[in-house]
Design a protein around this ligand. Sequence first.
Ligand SMILES: [Fe+2]
Ligand SMILES: [Fe+2]
Length: 314
Amino acid sequence: MSGRRAGRVNAATHGLVVDALKIYRKSRKSMDIEEKYIVGVDRLIPRPDLALEVLKIAQDSGGTVADLAKKIEQDPNLTANMLRMANSSYFGHMREITSIQEIIIRLGYDMVKILAITSASAGILTSPQEAYHLEPRTLWNHSHACAILAGIIARYAGLENNYTVYTAGLLHDIGKVVLNKPLLAACAANRTDSRFSSILDLEHFMLHTDHARVGRALLAAWGLPESITGPVGGHHATEWGKAAPLPVRIVSLANFLVESIGIRSTLPDVYLFNVEEFLRENQPLPDVPNFMAVMGRIMEEFFSRFGETDLILA
Ligand SMILES: [Fe+2]
Ligand SMILES: [Fe+2]
């Protein structure tokens, strides 16, 4: 099991010696830098317009089931994916769902939002991200695992709005898709044998920003609310105090757990995860209500639900 201590990045292929990597932690007007990377990003990452519209209609109290179903059915891929997902055991072993109307009526608006954004994100996150040494599907598997785990942790923590935590978990590393090419180019231009203590240190040295900040800027530009962009921007925060909003702590915790499990492009039949060993090796963790008390149960539920991942890709 790889824990927080195993997070060193070999920079032999990446960058210059630097003693001042922590500079970025000092206050800085950074938004301009993130904006620079998301200008023209629509060519790189197709904006999930339909999913965003579905979220908007589902949010709007005036929107009807028929409006929502009509919007979703404009896209045969989205419709097929949503039906496949709704019928997977991850969403409960219910009798077969055969229409979008049925999904909305039986599973509710929040589930429709989850299904739409998951389906739209799968296409964006499956490509390889070479600068991060991520093979095809690895980022998707990691992101989807983080979303499922964040949703379960949120439920045990008594957090009402599971949909936003799930979505933040799903999209937390989307900034890597934006920064992949710039980071590759910067690393090629600045070769060195030095080591960076984390991928964030490398990103800040090479690009003066990081994937969490860029991801947050991208999702804000797409019109997603602060309840989603906040946890995305804060998922690598290391201050685990209660001052950080609970959704930020939950997504950070889920991301850290999923990294520790070591989810790759292909998924094994069985995962080995020892709660006692994990706790011995990794302290402190973000403070999340109930998590320590029921960690074993949470991880068990996560592994059984995550087994459905393959089903939801077209
Ligand atoms: Fe990340
Ligand atoms: Fe991550």
